[in-house]
Design a protein around this ligand. Structure first.
Ligand code: NAD
Length: 254
């Protein structure tokens, strides 16, 4: 499905990362991929990426504009252009995910919005000219139902996800005339490094297992398959949407 396409994936920290589930699915579908990572997880990510044919990885912290510039220069050198951008990045300081939302500090708010939301705008702006060289492209980011409903302790990350989903719509409007599509996948709870920092995460998982229509939790590989569809030509008329991959949990009232 993705033969001949070239993609850049942000957000692999380890083998449990949703970005790794997506990367594996895109590579299985024939895409040639570059991955970025935060310095401290470089060894792990390089080891994982070495299992994929023709893939490579390099560091990029989205808080550092120079590193983002270098990342896209490198991709332009290696690939010429870009068809796919995967943004699977989020962060909030631990203390903001423990107590009450009303106690969110200005610093924690800024950090969460900068890393989890602004980075998508920045990366989309850098990716757009490389995608235009290929006649268009597809951008996918990761969100959660906490954008719309209250999940205790998800706190500032819920507000960041609401802003991220709105960002998807504005980017879709700006970039659509260049045949660049922008969509989000709203995944059910998956036990990853980021999820472990959310207090009460095991309770969220248990609740989904008991009440979601499919009576089970989501796997990163399943998110990978949805991402493969979204970045493929099968979804060529789909942009600005949030697509759920959550065992159907979002339709339930109780
Ligand atoms: P993860 O910890 O594996 O991935 C988070 C990634 O963000 C890491 O690779 C980390 O290095 C990266 N990151 C954080 N700060 C960064 C920075 N300054 N620069 C560059 N990268 C940075 O966890 P995950 O669950 O795979 O999270 C990926 C995305 O999926 C996040 O947006 C998360 O909110 C979203 N999501 C997760 C779940 C879940 O239950 N795990 C559900 C829905 C959505």
């Amino acid at each position: 499905m993705l033969q001949g396409k070239q993609g850049l994936v942000f957000g692999v920290a380890n083998r449990r990362s949703i970005a790794w589930g997506i990367g594996q699915a895109l590579a299985n579908a024939g895409a040639r991929l570059a991955f970025t990572y935060q310095d401290r997880v470089g060894d792990t990510v390089n080891e994982l990426v070495s299992t994929l044919p023709d893939a490579f990885a390099f560091p990029c912290d989205v808080l550092d504009d120079a590193q983002v510039d270098e990342a896209f220069e490198r991709v332009e050198r290696e690939f010429g252009g870009l068809d796919i951008l995967v943004h699977s990045i989020a962060f909030a300081p631990r203390e903001a995910l423990e107590g009450l939302f009303v106690d969110t500090s200005r610093d924690a708010f800024r950090t969460a919005m900068d890393i989890s939301v602004y980075s998508l705008i920045h990366l989309a702006r850098k990716a757009a000219p490389l995608m235009e060289k290929r006649g268009g492209g597809s951008i996918v980011t990761m969100t959660y139902l906490g954008s719309d409903r209250v999940f205790p302790k998800y706190n500032v990350m819920g507000v960041a996800k609401a802003a991220l989903e709105s960002t998807v719509r504005y980017l879709a409007s700006d970039l659509g005339p260049h045949n660049i599509r922008v969509n989000a996948i709203s995944a059910g709870p998956i036990r990853t490094l980021a999820a472990r920092s959310i207090h009460g995460f095991p309770k969220m998982e248990e609740h989904v297992r008991e009440t979601a229509p499919l009576r089970r939790n989501t796997e990163a590989a399943e998110v990978g398959d949805v991402a493969t569809f979204l970045v493929s030509d099968l979804a060529r008329n789909v942009t600005g949407t949030v697509l759920f991959c959550d065992s159907g949990y979002h339709v339930m009232g109780m």
